[in-house]
Design a protein around this ligand. Structure first.
Ligand code: PGA
Length: 247
């Protein structure tokens, strides 16, 4: 797994016509140096996998902890893998908030993802109130400790730092704040995994755009981005990939 990762999280956006954005992106970016990952809604997963034909990676946005069974509306990691996914986003703050997902549930989902051959992209991040009260580092460390399963391995894991207050708001932390959190996450991962933790991509998410990407990617321990809004448009996501490739 290349350490540099540009991941697009389409969230609940995208119908078949939007696959054209990815065809356009492939035309302008035939061979990016960084790994490019697109996480469309589950309805588009199989078609997205067909479009990217192995040149970009494809991922789900969540999975259930069980492989199959009576869980109406849910999708298992096995199903994501069967549809062509290689990754799955887990513990995104919108899932933590909208569906009350806990660290323990996220850890169980991550185990299911690993068993199905997927790389989990585990998200952590503080709320604005937590930042204002000086708890950011404790919050992300606690989320990391609770959400990364004990038997995960450093070669199949991605961590995304996404401050909740920066998602979809156009606001971003200062470069110093991003550096501080990423260094803290790297240190915690080193404790859990040893020296191999230096290979785990720690990506930043929250209002990454073409005009701030290069600065963010220039920071130490920032190995890429999890991009929401700007991943929906080929030209914007392409510019972010360029910034990562150049970093
Ligand atoms: P944003 O979303 O880039 O639209 O802020 C990022 C995310 O939630 O992954």
């Amino acid at each position: 797994m290349a350490r540099k990762l540009a991941a697009g999280n389409w969230k609940m956006n995208g119908v078949a016509a939007d696959l054209a954005q990815i065809s356009a992106l492939m035309a302008t970016h035939p061979a990016p140096r960084s790994t490019v990952l697109i996480c469309p809604p589950a309805t588009l997963l199989q078609r997205m996998a067909d479009v990217v034909a192995g040149r970009f990676a494809v991922g789900g946005q969540d999975c259930h902890a069980m492989d199959k069974g009576a869980h109406t509306g849910d999708i298992s990691a096995v199903m994501l893998a069967d549809a062509g996914a290689g990754y799955v986003i887990l513990g995104h703050s919108e899932r933590r908030a909208d569906h009350g997902e806990t660290d323990a549930q996220i850890a169980r989902k991550a185990l299911a993802a690993l068993a199905a051959g997927l790389v989990p992209v585990i998200c952590v991040g503080e709320t604005e109130a937590q930042r204002d009260s000086g708890k950011t580092l404790d919050v992300v460390a606690q989320q990391l400790a609770g959400s990364v399963p004990a038997d995960a391995t450093a070669d199949r894991l991605v961590i995304a730092y996404e401050p909740v207050w920066a998602i979809g708001t156009g606001r971003t932390p200062t470069l110093q704040q991003i550096t501080e959190v990423h260094a803290h996450l790297r240190a915690r991962l080193m404790k859990q995994f040893g020296p191999q933790a230096s290979d785990i991509p720690i990506i930043y998410g929250g209002s990454v755009k073409p005009d701030n990407a290069a600065q963010i990617f220039g920071l130490s321990d920032v190995d890429g981005a999890l991009v929401g809004g700007a991943s929906l448009k080929a030209s914007d996501f392409g510019a972010i990939i360029d910034a990562l490739d150049a970093s």
